[in-house]
Design a protein around this ligand. Sequence first.
Ligand SMILES: [Zn+2]
Length: 266
Amino acid sequence: MNLKHLTDKTLLLETKKLVASERRLTTEILFHLREIERRKLFSDLKYTSMYDYCVRELGYSEGTAYRRISAARLMCDLPEVESKLNDGSLNLTNVASLVQFFKEEDITDKSEKARIVKQVEGLSKRECDLKLIQLSDRPIEKKHCIWVSDSIMERIKDYRQLKGTSETIEEIISEVALIATAELQKSKFKLVKNPRKVSMSVSRIPTASVKREVFLRDKQCVKCGSKFGLQFDHRHPYSLGGKSTPENIRLLCSNCNQRERIRQRL
Ligand SMILES: [Zn+2]
């Protein structure tokens, strides 16, 4: 399928429509799965369980199979889940967390379930997991999770954006500890790995002082405001004589930068 002929506006509009039909199709699949499970049709096909059928017959990954079966069961229990999945206020990942939660907490009452579902509507996975921990009757230490305050989470967010990474919190903590150790060594022992060489710069790459000035001025992508994967971009292209001066350099995120390249080529 070649979409190069579509205008930007049509492309964006079509994608939105497709996502909406994708969601509706997903809930339709869930109803089918539920009915197959109700009829235990998977046994006819010599599968040991619905899960076994979903993985081996339908080719779902284990995670996908688990999430879909969970969602199909919950939808049967609480019919309102269907419209929430359709409008995107609930996603399959959070539904799977909910089903797990109901099991662990031994919640069987439908109105109690519905009340909890309402509380996680529109939440990200992390927010949903946190909410469920708050609602849990069980002691926190039994759960396998790290408690991170909101202010630390903000710093981790900044770090991820600046580095352009989606590393886990554990990975970041490990890396930050390494960096902090290296910094301490530097200041304490004056250790410098690569002594700086002073370079003449009439080059494409802005000097450190230009980068600093631009960074302090723009602070974020000047097009979309993102702080993720920031790059220094020549407003007037270097290849066309644009200089690496603060006036001609701006901060763009990698996406806006690529978009800019594509527009210039059009
Ligand atoms: Zn941007």
